[in-house]
Design a protein around this ligand. Structure first.
Ligand SMILES: [Ca+2]
Ligand SMILES: [Ca+2]
Length: 249
């Protein structure tokens, strides 16, 4: 997984030099899009297919989403972050600033509020971990039972520390009748500011991937995680991302 550190530099090559697919991506990574720490399989569980699709949008800079974290979490929990509070320091910052889920995947292993979790890293049809460009999709599968919630976070790439995901309580995977949900959940998403790096103009800032000189580069913010509200304009999320959740038979 450590080669994920090269995702953003590799993306810079892809985006600005139009080179062929970078060899920096780890094509032999066996852990891509996998689920870890799942240990309670019974017939009460339903498997869901989750698809994150990059729709592109109309902004002047390419819409790119990053590899990220996904998890099945328990009701009334917020293991990723709490809105209005500082980042927990467990790895969300590395996703929001650099598109690297490695640290957070490791730190969630023993979290009692997390039923299962993993990283989505490899776009459908790609040979290995890579950013998600317009037209591409990440797909992953989770197992859950009534009372479980889905959460995930993917970097809104041409930013300092913004990510896309549901509210910290997640998306309920079952309705009040205990039936699994099925369909588009895009309207449940928000564009969040991790509060860890001072924002620059999106698509322009020199401390943003893919222009930044390296991971974790930029002015420290010491802020809180909250919906982005910095005076800059951002695309309407349903124009740039679509997320669907379907139960498997
Ligand atoms: Ca920020
Ligand atoms: Ca940065």
């Amino acid at each position: 997984m450590k080669k994920l550190f090269f995702i953003i530099p590799a993306m810079a090559i892809l985006m600005w030099s139009c080179s062929k697919e970078s060899d920096a991506f780890n094509k032999d990574d066996q852990s891509t899009n996998s689920e870890v720490a799942f240990s309670n399989s019974t017939n009460a569980f339903t498997t869901f297919k989750v698809t994150i699709h990059n729709l592109g949008g109309n902004q002047t800079y390419p819409n790119v989403l990053s590899p990220g974290i996904f998890l099945v979490q328990k009701k009334n929990s917020n293991p990723l972050f709490k809105s209005g509070y500082p980042d927990f320091g467990e790895g969300l910052e590395a996703i929001a600033e650099d598109g690297n889920p490695e640290m957070l995947v490791s730190n969630l292993i023993n979290n009692p509020k997390v039923r299962s979790h993993g990283a989505f890293t490899t776009p459908v049809g790609a040979g290995g971990p890579a950013p998600l460009f317009p037209g591409g999709s990440y797909v992953f599968y989770v197992k859950a039972k009534y009372g479980d919630y889905l959460n995930f976070a993917t970097m809104f790439v041409q930013s300092n520390d913004l990510f896309v995901g549901p509210n910290p309580m997640g998306i309920p995977l079952f309705n009040d009748k205990k039936d699994p949900i099925s369909g588009d959940v895009t309207m449940d998403l928000q564009l969040w500011d991790a509060g860890t790096e001072v924002n620059e103009e999106p698509g322009v800032g020199q401390n943003q991937a893919p222009r930044q000189s390296g991971p974790n580069t930029g002015d420290v913010e010491n802020g809180v995680v909250r919906p982005v509200n910095d005076g800059y304009s951002y695309p309407y999320l349903p124009d740039i991302i679509q997320v669907s959740v379907y139960p498997m038979q």
